[in-house]
Design a binder for this molecule. Structure first.
Ligand code: MTE
Length: 330
């Protein structure tokens, strides 16, 4: 099925639209045991009864063709409840309190939207949202995201590897880094009227990090288009780095030969380095990085979890940092 108009214009799912956890699990188990769909007489990509009850049915879910074949892109850990994923956010453009993005981000206009890709590429240009949605097959990727503040989530994202986009613009041999710039709209973003960060929000990756298959350009979560507070309409998700490396509401991607300055590094260079890899052995000056609290699990008896090197993605990304002193390059 070809989708002729993109599904933006986010509406929060109704309670009745949300698939009970066990149906999600069941569907995923079927997908994981690939033959299962065949046994049921369904071709891959054809909706099952469970699919038709998924949140976002007829929206982004309908475009998701496959679970990802990328190594490390799935985890069997319990998904963080939708209400926590969308109700406890860092998006300083809408305020510094975790509840403010959900409260104020609805005013952000995400349609039309364009990302400019420029700098050291053979074919600079712009992509609209329809083009972004069709650039590569959308995949579901279930990643852990750990914030430097000590909380973490497990989120079923929808998107594809950023490398698919970058390759279309043909990076030049001289490109070594990628800079990401978020939108600034003083009308809808009350936070940018304060100088808590140097706007626009920028982030950066080394080119090999940006091209790593785990680095995700996300257009949705939980089968839905991205809620505004999570960085609609398009954001980055870099699962082995602290959450702040995952820039939201991106309008510009620039390839460069110099390490870009980043919003958090400019705000507090001693606290936020360029790399910001999740590393339980290197504490942040204010927060231990050894353990984490999984959102949605807070209860009287919930225990803290041990934070894993590179957030548990060491097998996939450790090689990128071979021989580097990660205390110095934090
Ligand atoms: N992107 C922009 N543009 N502005 C921000 O304030 N906060 C970062 C990151 N991306 C931020 C941003 C931080 S600190 C975190 S932890 C994650 O987004 C949070 O993503 P989430 O709200 O979807 O969990």
């Amino acid at each position: 099925m070809l989708i002729h108009s993109h599904p933006y214009g986010y509406q929060p799912p109704q309670a009745t639209e949300i698939t009970p956890e066990h149906l999600f699990r069941q569907r995923r188990t079927l997908l994981q045991f690939g033959g299962g769909l065949g046994l049921l007489g369904l071709a891959p990509g054809v909706s099952s009864a469970a699919d038709s009850q998924a949140p976002g049915s007829g929206k982004l879910q309908a475009l998701v063709r496959q679970t990802s074949g990328v190594d490390g892109a799935q985890t069997m850990e319990k998904w963080t409840p939708y209400k926590d994923v969308t109700g406890y956010n860092n998006f300083y453009e809408f305020g510094t309190d975790k509840s403010e993005p959900a409260q104020y981000a609805h005013g952000l206009k995400t349609k039309p939207w364009e990302i400019a890709v420029e700098g050291l590429v053979r074919r600079p240009g712009k992509l609209g949202l329809d083009e972004l949605l069709r650039l590569a097959p959308l995949e579901e990727r279930v990643y852990r995201l750990r914030c430097v503040e000590g909380w973490s989530m497990v989120i079923p994202w929808v998107g594809y590897s950023l490398s698919a986009l970058l390759k279309q613009f043909e990076p030049l041999g001289s490109a070594k880094f990628v800079e990401f710039t978020s939108a600034v709209d003083p009308n809808s973003m009350r936070g940018v009227r304060s100088n808590v960060l140097d706007w626009p929000y920028t982030e950066g990756l080394r080119l090999d990090e940006a091209l790593h298959p785990l680095t995700l350009l996300a257009l949705g979560l939980y089968g839905e288009v991205l809620p505004n507070q999570n960085g609609a309409p398009v954001r980055l998700v870099v699962p082995w780095k602290y959450g702040f490396k995952s820039a939201k509401s991106i309008v510009r991607i620039r390839l460069t030969d110099r390490m870009p300055t980043t919003a958090w590094n400019k705000a507090a260079p001693g606290e936020y380095g360029f790399y910001s890899n999740v590393n339980p052995n290197v504490d942040h000056p204010r927060w231990s990085q050894g353990t984490e609290r999984r959102l949605g699990e807070d209860g009287l008896f919930s225990r803290k979890r041990k934070t894993l090197m590179f957030n548990g993605y060491e097998a996939q990304v450790g090689q990128l940092y071979a021989g580097m002193d990660l205390r110095r390059y934090f």
